[in-house]
Ligand binder design. Sequence first.
Ligand code: SAH
Ligand code: SF4
Ligand code: F3S
Length: 486
Amino acid sequence: MSDLPIPSPLPPATKHLYIETVGCQMNVLDSEMVVASLRKSGYVLTAKPEDADAILFNTCSVREHAEEKAYHNLFHLKQLKLQNPDKILGVMGCMAQKDQKAIFDRTPFVDLVVGPGQLHRIPEMIERARAGEKHQLAVSLSRRDGNVDDIKRSHETFDPLRDPEMRPTPFQAYLRIQIGCDKFCTYCIVPLTRGPEQGRAPAQILAEAKVLASQGCKEIVLLGQTVNSYRFVERDKTTRMSDLLRQLHEIEGIVRIKFVTNYPKDMTRELLETVRDLPKCSPYLHVPAQSGSDSVLKRMKRGYTTADYYDMMERIHDILPGAAVSSDFIVGFCGETEEEFQMTMDLVRRCRFKNSFIFQYSVRPGTRGAEIYEDDVPEEVKHRRNLDLLDVQNKISLEDNLRFMGQKVEILVEGPSKWSVRKGQTGDLRQMTGRTRCDRIVVWDGNVRQAGELLMVQITDVYAFTLFGMVETTEVVPELLQISML
Ligand code: SAH
Ligand code: SF4
Ligand code: F3S
């Protein structure tokens, strides 16, 4: 009953594709999809731009630094492109949607600019570029370009065939359940680059999850900018996140379900109870707080107060004791005083997150924040606040990890660790890495054949971001054996 097309055999590989991806999980998934669709047109991946027939940059606009780096990388390829005019050079992703034609003005040697809502057009656009057509632009309507339905339609989700070979590990996959965002936090460019919030139809999501399970995928990570706000209305039936989780939970072969990123206001009791009642759902919740000061949250237009956030934390610990919560913070947002920043430090101390991603505010032209507030916190103050907050968070992460010493945790094995790859380890015996149900990273001296298995690992040493362990037995954990909340 799959709604997705049946995979057809790939044509012989005749052309090479080089792709570089930055940004969030959405971009990683978009790149996977684009590569899978180009493989159907006879492309294989290469790690060297010099060997490529087509070069794609999947870009991010969330901070200025990410954009500057993208332009820098493009300039770096200028000579290569000018000497080999047949090589097709494309910019895709959020910066393509945001800067549009301006990319051709700044880097005229680029052939294609493709926004994240138009990725299905890439194979055909590359062909047209190879036939000599210059400066092709495919972007979605901007938020002020017409009526909501037209704008929504112009931001298409691109979730065609899933190709296990295109994922870092075939047993884990991202699965998009929602595109766009309507929250319009004043600092954020995402509602402009990714368009209006739209839930994907549950039937499509389930069909895709079944395809993934049939390919041996054990863990799915559901993606959305505010994933727990997921809603899909057909006729008189509304499907919410908790309904979707219950349906996905039925799929045989899938043993873990995670979902990112959550919006604090939509972390309802009902959703938390659903996570508690469904053993495949990881008790891991990424719920960015952004700031611990009510006045800053108000300027950010986040739609909640710190009291709401603390209530949510209580709800989480009440319903899911031992759950791991992680967060994002922006330091140095417009007008942030030292006192306001100290409130963020207090929130981190009180909430004891598993980990936090900390960013220095970067003004994004086109956002409400850029229009109405002044970016007045000096760079060195932003930098110092970043370090201070990181320091508090790292101490908490380390302290919390200490309780894992000597414990056994259930790991889904991902593959050789980064260290093993860097060291060039070969053969079956390698340092391996995997994650606990709560998303903690564990490494141990193992065997490449463990990849994709659920294993029990005994923790022998801990750091702030990594647990070290050993595998006592090669016995594999029976699927879904609930050992603990670790
Ligand atoms: N949809 C997610 C976040 C998407 S962007 C959510 O709502 O939580 C990822 C993170 O980047 C945000 O959580 C925020 O902390 C950070 N971020 C977004 N815009 C930023 C900006 N202009 N400057 C610095 N950090 C920013
Ligand atoms: Fe950006 Fe806010 Fe939407 Fe997250 S919820 S993507 S921070 S506008
Ligand atoms: Fe960046 Fe776009 Fe993701 S701006 S963070 S790649 S949605």
